[in-house]
Design a protein. Structure first.
Length: 183
């Protein structure tokens, strides 16, 4: 049988290894997205918040005749979906912006994002095959662009950067990743 203090020593050893792991943990990336990202995401969310209740109401109207329920259910469902959609469209973008961080090191791209589940991605520069910038209609309106990193595993996007920041970031990543433009 183990001595009474053996469990205490094991716990102390375990706690020490956890403390050492925490000390080695990388600091949070320091660079943020452009603050105009919040407005961009709110507008996108509001557009979706108009479409979602319309689809729910159209579906319920189509199902009303075969299922024979009152019009009040259609109205209530439309109002609830609209209220929830508009609330999320106005609140989530701020949380997204607060969580989105990135930092480009010589050997890796460090990305952190997520509202409810925070994701941390470390993309080695040696794995980046291509780097690109994208600008949708709303992004162009706000002077923003996204930088997209392509690896064999897929594409990773750094959204909503100022145009000049996106261009210089794209060029810096292309240089660090040794991506050649053959055009």
């Amino acid at each position: 049988m183990a001595s009474p203090g053996a469990g205490d020593r094991a716990m102390t050893s375990n706690q020490a290894s956890l403390g050492a792991a925490a000390a080695r943990r990388l600091p949070e990336p320091r660079d943020r997205l452009d603050p105009k990202a919040v407005t961009l995401w709110r507008i996108s969310g509001l557009i979706q918040a108009i479409i979602a209740p319309a689809l729910v109401v159209a579906l319920l109207i189509g199902l009303r005749i075969p299922l024979d329920y009152s019009w009040w259910w259609v109205v209530l469902a439309g109002v609830v979906v609209a209220a929830l959609s508009f609330t999320l469209a106005l609140t989530v973008p701020t949380l997204m912006w607060r969580r989105w961080r990135y930092e480009i090191h010589e050997d890796e791209a460090d990305l952190q994002h997520g509202v409810f589940t925070v994701t941390r991605q470390l993309v080695p520069m040696a794995r980046i095959q291509h780097v690109d910038t994208r600008r949708g209609p709303l992004q162009r309106r706000f002077g923003l662009a996204s930088v997209v990193l392509f690896t064999a595993a897929g594409a990773i996007e750094i959204p909503a950067l100022a145009d000049d920041v996106a261009a210089s970031l794209r060029d810096r990543i292309a240089t660090l990743a040794n991506v050649h433009d053959d055009l």
